[in-house]
Design a protein around this ligand. Structure first.
Ligand code: F6R
Length: 367
């Protein structure tokens, strides 16, 4: 049932191109120019009446929500807040009937997420669920549901569910943009075309898994490291760090690259690995100067860069991994893949139970 792979996690990492295709299938018009989401119960009028969004989820699903925030704000220009589900109810969030609450849950059974959904509905908000399980509690109770078609995810560490959630956010963000007219038809078509190249681009990344393996083996000798990035790269850094902690038990922290110098730089010492995400073109120079700050203190830097920046990046980083070119907004759907592989190979090198890490359950049904 692992289809020739040593672990479910690796199998699921390799299933991502299929998960992307399946999640997009039937949701893009035949001419490739618009998004169709017939499963939504909300009418375009309802969507036009929404003036704020709360995205609520746990763990990896919350990290997908952080990317979702940027997607919705950039495409539909509606303000979005993100919350960890276990915190949401207790901060008296301002939920009105014009608020759309988006809950994200692979399993659809996470207790905190379900409680947040119920609280949102109690306050009169509409709830949209992004979930991988048809008929799950979250899917049954939400007003609208977008199912991710990642297929069953067995490994405790979430991989293809996360990336499928990103695809769902891109589709919904574009659908919203075309409803409001915040993006032109040509802009929507342009983004959709780039999305349809993502599966093949992930395949290209997977074909280079061996280079990640070598770096992972090096990293597995350390007990502490950092992930840094700006903008969407920061959201992906958080997910990369969680994945590594979860299955390799190596401590890591994800930091907004520009925030390091406000205290954390004190922890950068000789030889410490720093994984630097450098895919946001407009923030590239700024991130580069943060890399210089850690390099000056002896950090060993792995840069996740865009193809085409190899020669330039080689001057600033010790190792690099290039992802294929895509639109800035779509980079998380590619840049997270080498980080998934990194945590997988680090866990493997340390001899841990990759698919069933200690102290964790696949579905967390307690608050
Ligand atoms: C990490 C991981 C967890 C889950 C979280 C939410 O790899 O799998 O952080 O993402 O427990 O689970 P769901 O998405 O089922 O609500």
């Amino acid at each position: 049932e692992k289809a020739g792979f040593d672990h479910f996690m690796l199998k699921e990492i390799y299933e991502q191109p299929k998960a992307y295709r399946d999640t997009m299938r039937g949701r893009i018009s035949e001419d490739g120019r618009s998004v169709v989401l017939p499963e939504l119960n909300m009418t375009p009028e309802i969507l036009r009446g929404i003036n704020r969004v709360h995205i609520v989820a746990c763990g990896t699903a919350m990290h997908a929500g952080l990317v979702g925030k940027t997607i919705i704000e950039q495409l539909a220009r509606i303000p979005v807040e993100t919350d960890v589900a276990s915190e949401y109810r207790y901060r008296s969030p301002i939920i009105t009937p014009d608020t759309l609450v988006i809950v994200v849950s692979q399993s659809g059974e996470t207790a905190d997420t379900l409680a947040a959904l119920r609280e949102a509905q109690r306050c009169g908000a509409r709830v949209l669920a992004i979930t991988n399980v048809v008929g799950s509690s979250v899917a049954r109770e939400a007003d609208d549901v977008i199912i991710t078609l990642a297929g069953p995810e067995i490994a405790v560490a979430s991989t293809k569910a996360y990336t499928s959630q990103l695809i769902a956010f891109y589709l919904f963000g574009l659908y919203w943009a075309q409803t409001l007219g915040t993006k032109t038809a040509d802009e929507v078509a342009h983004i959709l075309a780039a999305m349809q190249s993502l599966p093949e681009q992930v395949e290209k990344i997977l074909a280079q898994a061996e280079t990640v393996k070598a770096v992972a083996e090096e990293i597995s000798k350390h007990s502490n490291l950092f992930f840094i990035g700006r903008g969407l790269d920061y959201a992906v850094a958080l997910e990369g760090s969680l994945k590594l902690k979860e299955i390799s038990y190596i401590h890591s922290e994800a930091y907004a690259a520009g925030e390091l110098k406000h205290g954390t730089l004190a922890l950068i010492e000789d030889g410490i690995p720093v994984i630097a995400l450098m895919t946001q073109e407009e923030l590239y120079e700024k991130t580069l100067s943060n890399i210089k700050e850690v390099k000056a203190r002896g950090a060993h830097v792995l840069g996740i860069i865009n193809e085409g920046h190899e020669a330039e990046a080689a001057k600033s980083v010790d190792h690099q991994f290039a992802i294929p070119r895509t639109l800035t907004l779509l980079t998380p759907a590619l840049s997270v893949v080498p980080l998934q592989l990194l945590s997988y190979y680090a866990s493997l090198a340390l001899g841990h139970d990759v698919d069933k890490p200690r102290n964790l359950a696949k579905s967390v049904t307690v608050e």
